[in-house]
Design a protein around this ligand. Structure first.
Ligand SMILES: [Zn+2]
Length: 131
């Protein structure tokens, strides 16, 4: 079988390798706890649709697939945010940036206590300062 050497295919393979490597960092139990803590989409609050895992700091920006960097989001927020920087995206969408950052910190702190063995559970500063 010929290997597809297009730039797009190479990008997809690279992305898949990256995801394969980091996928296991978030356990099913941690994901359930995150969904419960947020109680809906982390960005718009929607509870109508099944929630997806969004990396608050996108993988392409150096974020990791871990407890303190994952937020549950609805499909439309996840697709819209994509690789954008989270605070700029929230502002553009006219969503409550400050409320999100505060809640994200609270939930991170609470889950870090609950999952002390999580690899990245330390008290890390968020990527952006709260306005
Ligand atoms: Zn949403």
């Amino acid at each position: 079988m010929a290997v597809n050497r297009s730039r797009k295919a190479r990008g997809a393979r690279r992305r898949k390798r990256r995801m394969d490597r980091v996928e296991h960092d978030l356990s099913a139990e941690q994901w359930t706890a995150l969904k419960l803590a947020w109680g809906g989409c982390a960005y718009c609050g929607s509870t109508a649709k099944p929630l997806q895992r969004d990396c608050v700091l996108a993988l392409s920006r150096g974020g990791r697939y871990t407890l303190d960097n994952i937020a549950p989001t609805c499909g439309s927020c996840n697709a819209s945010k994509c690789n954008d920087e989270v605070t700029g995206w929230l502002r553009r969408k006219r969503l409550d940036e400050r409320a999100f950052l505060l809640r994200h910190l609270e939930i991170k702190a609470a889950l870090a206590l609950r999952f002390p063995s999580a690899p990245d559970a330390g008290p890390e500063a968020p990527e952006a300062t709260i306005p």
